[in-house]
Ligand binder design. Sequence first.
Ligand code: G6P
Length: 366
Amino acid sequence: SDTEKGNYPFYMIKEIEEQPKAVWACLNVYTKNDLVDFEAIGLTKEYLSSLDNIYILGCGSAYNVGKVSECIIEELTNCQVRVELASEFKYRNYKLNKNSLAIIISQSGETKDSYEALLKCKNEGIKTLSIVNVKGSVIPRNSDYHIYTYAGPEIAVATTKAYSSQLLVMYLFSLALAEAKGDITLEDEKKYIKELKSLPEKMEHILSDKASVQKLANHFVSKKDVFFIGREMDYAISEEGSLKFKEVTYIHSEAKPSGELKHGTLSLITDGVPVIAIATQNELLEKSISNMEEVKSRGASVIALTMEGADVSKSSKYQIYIPKTNKLFTASLAIIYLQLLAYYVSIAKGINPDQPRNLAKSVTVE
Ligand code: G6P
């Protein structure tokens, strides 16, 4: 059943493998004839077209989903987007724009910081939309609109399939927003949805390549520090890759925007330090390659994660290729490799990835 491990040694790998199914579930519920269908949610085209300002709030991986979404909404529309950690948002004196929608992302729907961020928005008279996995939890119960992610129960502390489902819902939201505002046509939207429908198969393709990730994982077992770098959306992906990695491997890991390396982190790059360079955005490839060379020349062992067709072999020691997809959706594929890497390093070190020390699945304290 959904809450049993079955033949899997750990929930984390079970849930990693359930991601194609989780993505299908969202697409089935929230698309109709290859168009986004949020009718049951109450998000009308008229309302969406009136929005100029979006806040996205969450903690942990949910926040990282917000950072990917920010790039997508900015790419597709003229809306202003602001993504904040719920735990910080509460204490700040932001001058909130009243004609905004605040999106609260949460797997459990119970995270205290996220709930309080929601209450702050409500108190200020800002409309709220929550994107939540656990039905009937406190956050959706108190939001103006809510979208469930249909990932099924998630047991492992480190989220995997809920992250993927949240991303999918945010893709659909971004497309609906862009279409409502006249920034893309219905034809464009259909093309994007068709591409989204090809993601589960591409995810399966990555999952069939687990053995190569497991082999690569051995390389990390004795390492003390790991760095993840990337630009723009690739940086947002780096943050989630790094979070997964530190959570379950107990290896210090840090994500940096590639352009910031020279302002500090480069002093830590010495012989044999692993640097995972995310480079899924073709327009930024040249710049990313120059950052790979920058760390390689200091002795780093560079693992490049890029899209099929990109040539990164000269600037990296190991290469990982995701199947080709639209540049807006690369996070969904890249993250699977990064989750698998974190998982296999955890296993190689004899750690139980389902229950990392000191961490809890749902955090209901401040
Ligand atoms: C915990 C979990 C993370 C999760 C975060 C936010 O730290 O271990 O995986 O991203 O809480 O939880 P939420 O339920 O609000 O998404």
